[in-house]
Design a protein around this ligand. Structure first.
Ligand SMILES: [Zn+2]
Length: 149
């Protein structure tokens, strides 16, 4: 799909990037064109950011200043009860993917694309795929589930 987009819109080749972790190709913002240290928006970038955060945190709490801070935090934690456990599960982490789709559609269409436009487009596409990609037998089974005899 990416190759066909680049064939039609060759000026986007400068935005082509390869994930340094998993090797997948993706389109990046023109401001990042030419960089070779990018992670893909499909999870590698976030995982790398999280690993770096953990590394910085571990390094900080091993310093004398950090050890004092951690001891104070742990002492305070023992005194105060924790927050009540949430009954709602965390929402899926779709926002990075949606933002990537925003950038990609904006690059392809050559205009600024809002997040809501992408959501509406994906909902419309999902509805269309459901109709097109289901086999006849699956449609019959779905119809029977909806209207049992
Ligand atoms: Zn990746």
């Amino acid at each position: 799909m990416l190759r066909s987009v680049l064939r039609i819109k060759p000026w986007l080749k400068k935005c082509l990037a390869r994930c340094r972790h998993c090797g997948i190709f993706f389109l990046t913002d023109p401001r990042n064109a030419g960089r070779r240290d990018l992670g893909c928006p499909f999870g590698c970038s976030r995982a790398h950011r999280q690993r770096q955060s953990t590394r910085r945190s571990v390094a900080y709490y091993q310093e004398p200043e950090g050890k004092v801070k951690k001891q104070a935090l742990n002492a305070r934690r023992r005194k105060t009860p924790g927050p009540p456990a949430s009954t709602n599960p965390a929402p899926p982490e779709l926002r990075p993917i949606l933002q990537y789709v925003c950038v990609m559609v904006g690059l392809i269409e050559g205009r600024a694309v809002a997040l809501w436009e992408v959501v509406v487009m994906l909902e419309r596409t999902a509805r269309q795929h459901r109709m097109v990609r289901t086999r006849r037998i699956d449609k019959s089974v779905a119809w029977l589930h909806g209207k049992p005899p």
